[in-house]
Design a binder for this molecule. Structure first.
Ligand SMILES: C[S@@+](CC[C@H](N)C(=O)[O-])C[C@H]1O[C@@H](n2cnc3c(N)ncnc32)[C@H](O)[C@@H]1O
Length: 460
């Protein structure tokens, strides 16, 4: 085995993160960087030793993907705070929610925030715990200070109610912050005390398993199942599934939100058909709404599924779509990869689109998002600028250019781009908003643009 293959295997064994061969360049750069003092062989030996803990921390900080934002996948969060949590007996003193892979904290804080807004659970009863393997993101979570981009899905009224605007950013108000705690924890570690039976009423494990191979996910989900109260709930990301991973849960659906409930002995006897709403049984179950009508065929169907964040359905519709290999199909494929956080695949598809000489503005934009995710803001700005050159009316490219320019301190350039974005957004094509709006409508994006512009104006 080459040193790089050994490094990749160690990363998978220790952190669960699986890297395809095409993604090994990232590992190679990291290996070269970290082994500068010890040499590659010495470094690989060190990683196997018990004293390598701080080194693994550094690796986790470099390799984990931490994309998140407040009120992400809102229909699931609504189901959690309006149906799932209130369904537990009022005699239960504490409702414990775990966010596994909580990144910079937006997800656990969103649970606390939305629960207070809906008012169906006494805040004193709700305890939210966020865990993550990356200590850097946890420090951010504990600081609870966020950029406007992180709050892009939070309506203005809620933003004013729950955050204090400071020169550093939007700081979460203390009473909300106090409901949430954070712990550094690697999901691959057994930790029987942490995963003790009955520890949690609901677990959010969203947008994490996409980076794990199935056998790793299987082990973690089995541990989670043991740690839930009887009939407890598990939420995965909309593009993730327990199919082939666990049969200890049944699938529930409320409107567009899918989630799982641990089977009770009674419900296990009559398994709910996969993919269909499960039947509420004898417990205090959440009401399960009837399934929405099927989306239309072809491109419109894919877009409708995408807009509703039903990614699995979008993939299925895309595969069935005539002309799926044409540029438009390829573009949709790239956007679906992007939404699932598979940036290497999205980048590949974006480059392919460019080589097809079609949908140039979209392809550049897509590549810009991938670069931004990898922390290369300068490269991303170049891509957004190229997108704007290819289609000067593409509002979102001006919006991202402006945001990045402001972040880099180029206030004059940021103002020009953001003014352009704000003037073009009312006319932006609905297709572009669906593909690249990150789940936000015209109004939400307009708010982001105006806030960014206002922030530029505040700089002398
Ligand atoms: C894309 S973020 C998801 C954030 C949030 N759950 C959401 O849906 O917005 C994935 C998070 O999983 C964390 N993660 C990855 N591998 C992990 C592991 N082995 N143990 C704990 N956390 C892990 C990463 O550090 C990252 O912050």
């Amino acid at each position: 085995m080459t040193p790089l293959a050994r490094f990749s295997a160690l990363v998978e064994q220790r952190l669960g993160l699986h890297f395809e061969k095409e993604q090994w360049r990232e590992l190679e750069l990291l290996l070269t960087d970290r082994s500068a003092k010890t040499g590659v062989e010495g470094y690989l030996t060190l990683l196997n030793s018990p004293s390598a803990q701080s080194e693994w921390k550094a690796i986790a900080e470099r390799l984990t993907v931490n994309e998140t934002y407040f009120l992400r996948h809102p229909t699931q969060l609504e189901a959690l705070v309006t149906q799932v949590l209130p369904s537990f007996s009022r005699q239960t003193p504490h409702l414990r929610v775990l966010c596994a892979g909580c990144s910079t904290g937006e997800e656990p804080y969103s649970v606390a925030l939305l629960s207070r807004e809906r008012g169906l659970v006494d805040p004193a009863r709700l305890r939210v715990l966020g865990i993550d393997v990356n200590s850097r993101v946890l420090s951010h979570a504990r600081r609870a200070c966020y950029s406007p981009w992180s709050l892009r899905a939070v309506p203005e009224g809620s933003r004013d109610r729950w955050f204090q605007r400071t020169p550093e950013g939007f700081v979460l108000r203390p009473h909300l912050r106090d409901q949430v705690t954070f712990e550094e924890r690697n999901l691959l570690q057994e930790a029987p005390a942490f995963w003790a039976p009955g520890s949690f009423h609901a677990i959010l494990f969203r947008n994490v398993v996409i980076y794990f191979p199935p056998e790793v996910t299987r082990k973690i989900v089995a541990r989670m199942a043991r740690s839930l109260v009887p009939g407890g709930y598990l939420f995965l990301g909309p593009s993730e599934t327990l199919r082939g991973i666990s049969d200890e849960f049944e699938l529930l659906r409320t409107g567009d939100a899918f989630y799982y409930r641990l089977k009770t002995p009674a419900s296990a006897a009559v398994p709910a058909p996969i993919g269909l709403p499960a039947t509420p049984s004898q417990m205090d179950l959440p009401a399960v709404a009837p399934p929405p009508p099927p989306p239309p065929e072809g491109l419109d169907g894919v877009l409708q599924s995408l807009e509703a964040e039903r990614y699995e359905e979008a993939w299925a519709r895309l595969d069935a779509m005539p002309g799926a290999s044409q540029p438009q199909g390829q573009l949709l494929r790239a956007v679906l990869h992007l939404n699932a956080g598979r940036f290497a695949e999205a980048e590949r598809a974006g480059r392919q689109l460019l080589s097809m000489g079609a949908t140039e503005a979209s392809a550049h934009f897509l590549l810009g998002v991938c670069l931004e995710q990898s922390g290369d803001d300068a490269g991303a700005r170049d891509r957004y600028a190229a997108a704007a050159r290819a289609d000067p009316t593409f509002a979102l490219s001006h919006l991202r250019s402006g945001t990045l320019a402001r972040r880099a301190g180029d206030v004059a350039e940021a103002r020009v781009a953001l003014r352009m974005a704000v003037s073009l957004l009312p006319h932006e094509k609905p297709l572009m908003l669906t593909l690249f709006g990150g789940g936000f409508g015209r109004h939400g994006l307009m708010q982001v643009g105006l806030r960014e512009l206002q922030a530029c104006m505040e700089v002398p």
